[in-house]
Design a protein around this ligand. Structure first.
Ligand SMILES: [Fe+2]
Length: 285
């Protein structure tokens, strides 16, 4: 039986929750009596491991973890081993033999524990900036000597086709004190969300399809004009090698851009300057 302990924590809720679930399944595996029960648990373990590995790899990508290709190969190897265990259990069920089950359970336990302790914990420094709460920062920006904008009063829309990217930005914003944070998965859904309720600030990925971030801004600007809405600053999310889009975004009047993986210090700096600039430009405060 594996007991969850701090040593196993990667320090990122979504990954730690998955690892707890993996540990639970392995513990159940250990308690299974007979080949039939072990087969069911092995199948559950395969399904969950695949789901978790996919999720963890997406988080690694969003956090800019440099060794993710090597890590992906380890996951693929673990999946092959788990499939072999399932195959061996199927074989045992056919031949009515159950003697090898305890050995397989201890193998699986060793693989998973070894992977979490030796490989997953290497993620800690990369996921930490995305997991830590920014409790010591002021939850406001001073726009002028007379005007302060509290983050809790600012509604934010995040548009990105990668769910984990949205999740990471949402977590950062909430830790900074933003409470009204919405998400949309592409430009069309983003525009829909804007028209339903105009946000005060938009954080938008550039590379999305079918409507990319630049096309979204053009459509947004046309809609704002048509409805006489206050223009919302748009801060773009982009990769290192997309300078052409950044130049285009600036021409369109974007409030700034952030290079992925996004650091919370850059995020708050960019948001503050966007709020200051758009408030003074558009409301004369
Ligand atoms: Fe992993």
């Amino acid at each position: 039986m594996i007991l969850w302990r701090d040593e196993l924590s990667v320090g990122f809720e979504a990954i730690d929750d998955d690892h707890r679930e993996l540990v639970d399944i392995i513990n159940r595996f250990e308690q299974d009596i007979g080949v039939a029960a072990a087969r069911r648990t092995a199948q559950e373990l395969n399904r969950f491991a695949l789901h978790h590995f996919t999720r963890e790899e997406a988080i690694q990508q969003a956090c800019g973890y440099p060794a993710r290709e090597y890590h992906r190969q380890q996951h693929a190897e673990l999946m092959r081993q788990l499939e072999r265990v399932s195959g061996a259990l199927d074989e045992q069920a056919r031949s009515d033999a159950g003697h090898g089950v305890p050995d397989m359970v201890s193998l699986v336990r060793r693989w998973i524990l070894h992977h979490i302790l030796q490989s997953d914990t290497l993620l800690k420094p990369y996921v930490a900036p995305h997991a830590s709460l920014a409790e010591d920062r002021p939850a406001f920006v001073r726009v002028s000597t007379h005007r302060t904008i509290f983050y809790a009063d600012v509604s934010v829309l995040i548009i990105d086709d990668v769910q984990f990217q949205r999740m990471i930005i949402t977590r950062m914003l909430r830790s900074l004190g933003f409470t009204d944070v919405r998400e949309a998965a592409d430009g069309a859904a983003g525009l829909d969300s804007c028209v339903r309720s105009w946000p005060d600030l938009i954080i938008c990925d550039i590379g999305m399809s079918p409507i990319n971030g630049l096309a979204f801004l053009r459509m947004l600007q046309a809609e704002e004009k048509r409805q006489g809405a206050h223009p919302a600053p748009v801060v773009y999310l982009t990769g290192h090698n997309d300078s052409a889009s950044v130049i285009e975004a600036k021409k369109l009047g974007a409030a700034g851009y952030l290079i992925k993986p996004v650091k919370i210090t850059d995020l708050v700096r960019r948001i503050d300057s966007a709020l200051v600039r758009f408030t003074s430009t558009h409301s004369g405060a």
